[in-house]
Write a protein that binds this ligand. Structure first.
Ligand code: ATP
Ligand code: MG
Length: 284
């Protein structure tokens, strides 16, 4: 029979939290949106792998897919099933909490997307508080202490779904592909950020960081683009550069984040470092 802990031993158990697993104190989750209206810059790859690496490091993470392409959903091994997404919750018909699914990885949970989510753009635009629908739906989930971080993956547009994500978020990560037109995507986002703050839709939204993706150290262009972006954004640019590697492109076809697909790859190491930087910037 297991020995009953002494009174002293019980007190120690109670006072000492596990390393990396802080006591659940109902601290509201930090809501981060991953966005850039340019397509194919690494938004989904970043949302999935950052979420997985934060969970791996002991954080309780919710990944919310609001892109009708549902790539983040399939990226963590889920099918794009009708009725599984945030659709109803965005229309105020049911709780978002009912849509949360466990993934195959500890501490990582998912609100999936589905292709039908694209038709919600029109429905939302007719509703009252049309920019605040995701914030209202996410509110109870983000504030009850169940998650420490909520990561929202957005479509490649500044449509109603992305604007809802901006309105619901505390902060924004903008992935920029290391290519000549990288800065194009961010000028529009800067303008929208200013508008959201000035109009009162989300005065507290801040740019958490700019992430350089698909970095190929062998090309001079990639180095020049990183230099130029750093000149523009200074320390807002994450130190971590995400390398261009086929392992990252392969992982989603197995429905796995890189840390589960190829734990010892350079890409897994990069996303682990990014998770550390993000946790430090969020003061987690
Ligand atoms: P969309 O705008 O369509 O939502 P996105 O911005 O979410 O695209 P991803 O889907 O993450 O971009 O990436 C676009 C493509 O590039 C995908 O096929 C992905 O697997 C691949 N990819 C992303 N990051 C890398 C990388 N660092 N190295 C190699 N391939 C990558
Ligand atoms: Mg995407």
């Amino acid at each position: 029979m297991a020995k009953r802990p002494t009174r002293r031993a019980r007190a120690v158990c109670f006072l000492a939290p596990c390393a990396g697993l802080p006591l659940n104190r109902r601290v509201p989750a930090k809501v981060i949106v991953v966005a850039n209206q340019k397509g194919g810059v690494g938004k989904t790859t970043t949302a999935v792998n950052l979420a997985a690496c934060l969970a791996w490091a002991g954080r309780r993470v919710l990944l919310v897919d609001v892109d009708p392409q549902a790539n983040a959903t399939s990226g963590v091994g889920f099918e794009k099933l009708p009725g599984a997404s945030a659709y109803d919750a965005l229309l105020g018909q049911g709780a978002l909490a009912e849509k949360i699914q466990n993934t195959a990885w500890e501490r990582l949970e998912l609100v999936p997307s589905e292709p039908d989510l694209c038709s919600i753009e029109v429905e939302l635009s007719r509703m009252e508080n049309h920019l605040q629908r995701l914030r209202l739906a996410l509110g109870p989930v983000a504030s009850n202490g169940r998650f420490e971080v909520v990561l929202v993956d957005c479509p490649p547009s500044l449509g109603m779904l992305t604007l809802n994500a901006f309105a619901a978020a505390d902060s924004l990560i903008v992935p920029l592909q290391c290519e000549y037109y990288a800065l194009e995507g961010i000028s529009m986002i800067n303008r929208v950020l200013t508008q959201l703050r000035d109009s009162g839709v989300n005065p507290k939204l801040e740019l958490l960081g700019v992430l350089m993706t698909m970095y190929d150290a062998r090309t001079r262009l990639a180095r020049q683009v990183v230099d130029e972006v750093r000149q523009h954004f200074g320390e807002l640019v994450f130190e971590t550069l995400i390398p261009r590697t086929t392992r990252l492109a392969e992982a989603p076809s197995f429905g796995k984040p890189i840390i589960a697909y190829d734990k010892y790859s350079a890409a897994a190491a990069a996303y682990e470092l990014l998770a550390q930087e993000v946790a430090a910037r969020l003061k987690l």
